[in-house]
Design a protein around this ligand. Sequence first.
Ligand code: FEO
Ligand code: CA
Ligand code: CA
Ligand code: CA
Length: 606
Amino acid sequence: DDESETPAELLGFSAVAVNSEDTITVPEGYSYQVLIPWGTPIMGGIAAFARDNTGADQAGQIGSHHDGMHFYGIDGSSVDGLLVLNHEYVEPRLMHQSAVGLSLNSSALPTFAGTRPADEVRKELNAHGVSVVRVIKGSDNQWKVQYDVLNRRITGLTPMEIQGPVRGTDFVKTLYSPNGTMTRGTLNNCGNGYTPWNTYMAAEENWAGYFTNKGDNPREHARYGVGSGTGRYAWELAEGGADEFVRFDASIKGADATEDYRNEPVCFGWMVEIDPFDPDSNPKKRTAMGRFGHEGVVFAPAEEGKPVVCYSGDDSRFEYIYKFVTADNYSAATASGDLLDEGTLYVAKFNDDGSGEWLPLVYGQNGLDETNGFTSQADVLVNTRLAADFMGATPMDRPEWGAVDPANGDVYFILTNNSNRSEANLNEANPRAANQHGHIIRWSETDGEQAATTFAWDIFLFGGDSGESGVDNNIGYDPNGDKLTADNILSSPDGLWIDPDSRVWIQMDSGWDDPFGNCAMLVADPKTGTLKRFLVGPIDQEITGITMSPDQKTLFINVQHPGEGTSAADFAAGNFSSNWPDNTAGAYPRSATVVVWKDDGGVVGS
Ligand code: FEO
Ligand code: CA
Ligand code: CA
Ligand code: CA
């Protein structure tokens, strides 16, 4: 590299202004369409979206609350592929006539004393999980759903295999699977990942709140926040008492774990691997990668003859960033998900001098043994947070998505915000008290070896306003260290992806309005330090999930929870704060995918 050469600017579009409109805004010269809103049938014989859809209907429709997503071109196609996407959670008020008082905004229902109609519970479980749907670009430039044998819904009820060191141990023996090899469903799938062998990874993030434990709360429940109040959607109160619903009460009731649901919460908190090209395959929970509030997972580019390396954040205040290094080396000819069943899980320590260390979470090493209450590698993995606490990892400001720059292996991680960060517990990696607007940390592994156990880090940017109205803590800074401007103020970054040309795509999940407007997506050029707003979403939503066709001419993103800010009174009156995407008076707001392209047929962002 000739350092004196000014790098060419990657971002060729004009920044979109902040706005608070109930629509999608893209740069001049770009167009978009809405695809697969919640309730879209993805197979024949399934009812169209309607409020009175049944639980069975929902099992053949796109789920709710779209999140992480990846496009798998069929035979490398950029106009015909499988779109695979997560459905993080649901809004019962939009799903049934009777679910009064059940709002996602009351994430636990400590006083709920009623029962839940069984088919409402079934519908909510089926609106969670993952969709696999074939989409094809027509000659009219519009993408459409194609019914296909590969189309599939994976839900909160789908049988899954438990793989890796926890498989078959006492920790995961249940009434459903007395030998501890299977479980049912995946929940709260937030960010995602995609493997070098072309499979999909769904992360289990805020799963703990779905459960209740009204009695003795073991550490594998307590450290993750399983509470004694009613579960998030009161599924444990399903009428009829079907085992697949009432398992969300994890209180000890029987003589051992195969007689009650005490271990159901231990079957969640994992990364789940799905092969979208094998519709008969069971999803696999990869326990070697640890159990926590996985936001997502990002794989570094795989190198022949070296271990596979991936990174995953635990999105909760003062939780950690992890790295997993496979025991076996990568070979393009033979690589499969089995690689993920054996390896070393590390947790990050960010030193104030800009250096960092990966601390191994290995049973029998560094005190992770009986002396300190750890009895096996399965125990270390089930209690990943406790093992990381013990090792002295750095508590972060809510780690969300990560991304790896394919050009140089640099790793970027979002720290979305942390209202509880006090002056007393600041450190250089988390340097703002009551961190309102978040930041992005970046590191490079020692000697460019992705599997290295040390690294060097810096802060890529700080979210915030332009500095014209707020106190210091509110001001944002771009990758050059310059104050943010009208073109790029942002708050609470969450989704992150780096495209093959090294554009850094940053998605907002912010509860702020003024001065940031609706949640937006921005793009940074890490070489020039330019940062520009690319897209603004509708009212009361977040932008999340991002993928492109292999030719980078089609961008897919998700709009999640439009209208979420609707008050109870407005809701009762049918006045939603957003009517997106149908945009007719009184229309239910629905999460959906948005497809964006450049009118001249060029690379998106160029
Ligand atoms: Fe589901 Fe951390 O956002
Ligand atoms: Ca997120
Ligand atoms: Ca969110
Ligand atoms: Ca978030």
